[in-house]
Ligand binder design. Structure first.
Ligand code: HEM
Length: 185
């Protein structure tokens, strides 16, 4: 399989970014939802928060690398059989997904930094990350709200994205899903 994208299919690097990030972002979303539930086990909750923050940073790094890669290896064009409205909707969904993958980690980090609890950010219990801002109740509330609404936005667009891919296969009967599937030549 070619490393770079071709005119009608994605290459190995784009596929690895796509499926690698999907495999990380969906569990990260679920972890975020689970960890905020009230619990008596505060130590376990603390560990879950640290794991969430650490993988959030990995997603941010991968998101940046993915954007860089996309700028040198553009996606193959959507099939001409697609209606212009469908095409615009797909492009908008992709743009929003990239936007969420960048803004979610940024708001999550700034929320953690502004938290009145002043808990340091130490990735995978090993790499300390200095906080760019100090504790502030107001700033914390702002970024917490932003992170929550962005997470809900991501979930909504992700569902639309998956339904779109299924629609292409079952109704449109085109190759839009196949060209992104791993191990399909
Ligand atoms: C793509 C990356 C990320 C996704 C999809 C994501 C998703 C979520 C979700 C779904 C929640 C639960 C929201 C709720 O129900 O209240 C959450 C909470 C949280 N996230 Fe993230 N997150 C990401 C990155 C990050 C990063 C990088 C950090 C920090 C460095 C972070 C810090 C937090 C914190 C501290 C909370 C708890 C908020 C609270 O206490 O109410 N997140 N996240």
């Amino acid at each position: 399989m070619a490393l770079r994208n071709g005119p009608e299919r994605f290459g190995a690097v784009s596929k690895a970014f796509h499926w690698g990030m999907a495999a990380m972002v969906i569990p990260l979303w679920i972890l975020g939802y689970v960890m905020v539930q009230p619990t008596q086990d505060l130590l376990a909750q603390y560990e879950l928060y640290q794991l969430h923050k650490s993988f959030g940073f990995v997603v941010f790094g991968l998101g940046m690398l993915r954007l860089l890669w996309r700028s040198v290896d553009p996606a193959p064009p959507l099939p001409p059989s697609m209606h212009p409205i469908q095409r615009t909707a797909a492009q908008l969904a992709h743009l929003l997904l990239y936007g969420f993958l960048i803004t979610l980690p940024v708001t999550g980090f700034l929320m953690s930094a502004a938290s009145p609890l002043a808990i340091p950010t130490v990735l995978f219990d090993t790499v300390p990350v200095p906080h760019p801002i100090g504790p502030s109740e107001q700033t914390y509330a702002f970024f917490r709200g932003a992170h929550y609404y962005l997470a809900m936005g991501l979930a909504t667009v992700l569902v639309i994205h998956v339904l779109g891919a299924i629609q292409h296969t079952l109704i449109g009967k085109d190759s839009v899903l196949q060209r992104m599937l791993p191990f399909v030549r």
